[in-house]
Design a protein around this ligand. Structure first.
Ligand code: UD1
Length: 373
């Protein structure tokens, strides 16, 4: 039987971008007496190099509960998480469920909790691309409407939530928790040795449906990468979804291309390669932030971003699907033109402590007043 003054926090993670967000939050709560933590892994990502490797490198404890949902259409995957998580959270009876980011597991867990009236805190709340073609945008909007506590990384997040009618007392600007992990592990990443790494190279990652599920768009990107690689070698760790699409397209890089395709890499290698690269070409949200922190130019193959601080204060430039713009921006970087960049507010390695503070404060207010959060 747990002490009634204890707080039981249940974290839900499922996909690769969740893992670097949960790691520092678990550490922050571990440092606070009176917290009991349970970690649930939905199994949305299950390949060893999409999941287990991240647990090892980020020093995340083994999940207490694995739901093993695997892949499926959006509806199937979301429904599978909901069915299994409902049983799990009903048995666990946590005081708070923490959900992270914008993946299908995030939305599924938030929806289950809202129906069971279990409090949910959303880490990385308030981000908006204003593009409902992105499945993640739907996940963000719905999760934020359901969450009791909205833990935002930046001022734009607060503004977006207020504009959607979220009461201000539910919003806590805590900063960027992914940067906590980056700061914690950068020395270890920098110490990694690589064989045959070119002096100058571009790191490429691609997995968004808008880029990889549309054959003409994917062909145009791969053709442009082929061309770019002749003036700047490319290292390209390939997401499983992207590998399937490249194979079904039957695309082959030309014999003069300098493109190294790799299996998906772990967190430390990804950080090390970003920090040593001349530029990052990506459609990932996380890499836009990490490269901005590292001061490495980032060209984003998307029409919009839910992380505008990476453009206003970081190193990010949106090139969308404009391959001429991509070539121009690459040339500009190769000519050594400096990128604008300033320190970004609350990217200081302490977001996870502020998250723990926000939960404790809200829980204490709740116990003192019995008012709904
Ligand atoms: C998911 C997230 C996306 C995040 C990305 C990071 C949603 C809607 N999308 O996209 O926000 O940026 O993770 O990677 O939640 N697969 C494997 N092995 C795995 C996992 C997936 O082979 O371990 C393959 C399967 O064929 C699967 C496909 O990749 O169908 C896509 O996986 P899924 O989890 O549906 O979406 P991601 O594209 O990874």
């Amino acid at each position: 039987m747990r002490d009634s003054a204890m707080i039981h926090i249940l974290h839900v993670v499922g996909a690769r971008p969740n893992f670097m967000k949960v790691a520092p939050v678990i550490r922050a709560f571990r440092g606070r007496a009176g917290t009991h933590q349970t970690l649930v892994h939905t199994g949305q990502h299950y390949d060893p190099n999409m999941s287990d490797l991240f647990f090892q490198e980020l020093d995340i404890p083994q999940p207490d509960i694995a739901l093993n949902v695997g892949s499926g259409s959006h509806a199937v995957q979301t429904a599978e998480v909901m069915k299994k998580f409902e049983t799990c959270v009903s048995e666990q009876k946590p005081d708070w469920v923490l959900v992270y980011g914008d993946v299908n597991s995030t939305l599924a867990a938030a929806l289950v909790c809202a129906k069971l009236r279990i409090r949910v805190a959303h880490v990385e709340a308030g981000l908006r691309s204003f593009d409902r073609e992105m499945p993640e945008e739907i996940n963000r909007i719905v999760t934020d409407q359901l969450a009791d506590l909205l833990l935002t990384p930046s001022a734009d997040g607060d503004r977006n939530l207020l504009a959607e009618g979220i009461p201000p007392h539910r919003i806590f600007r805590v900063g960027n928790v992914m940067i906590d992990t980056l700061i914690h592990l950068l020395p270890k990443a920098k110490a990694l040795q690589f064989d045959n790494l070119p002096d100058k190279f571009a790191l490429v990652t691609l997995h968004r449906p808008s880029n990889v599920d549309d054959p003409p768009a994917l062909r145009a990107i791969l053709g442009t990468l082929d061309e770019i690689s002749r003036s700047c070698p490319i290292i390209f760790p390939v997401h499983p979804r992207t590998r399937q699409r490249i194979e079904s397209l039957g695309f082959r890089f030309s014999s003069t291309a300098r493109v190294v395709l790799r299996e998906p890499i772990g967190y430390l290698q990804c950080l090390a390669l970003q920090s040593r690269s001349l530029m990052v070409l990506t459609d990932s949200g996380g890499l836009q932030e990490e490269s901005s922190y590292l001061g490495v130019p980032c060209l984003t193959l998307r029409e919009n971003t839910e992380r505008p601080v990476t453009i206003d204060q970081g190193t990010n430039v949106l090139v969308g699907s404009d391959m001429a713009k991509l070539r121009r921006e690459v040339s500009r970087i190769l000519e050594g033109q400096p990128v604008a960049r300033g320190p970004i507010e609350l990217w200081d390695g302490k977001a996870s402590e502020r998250i723990a503070d926000a939960i404790w404060k809200t829980q204490a207010d709740f116990r003192n007043s019995s008012a709904p959060v």
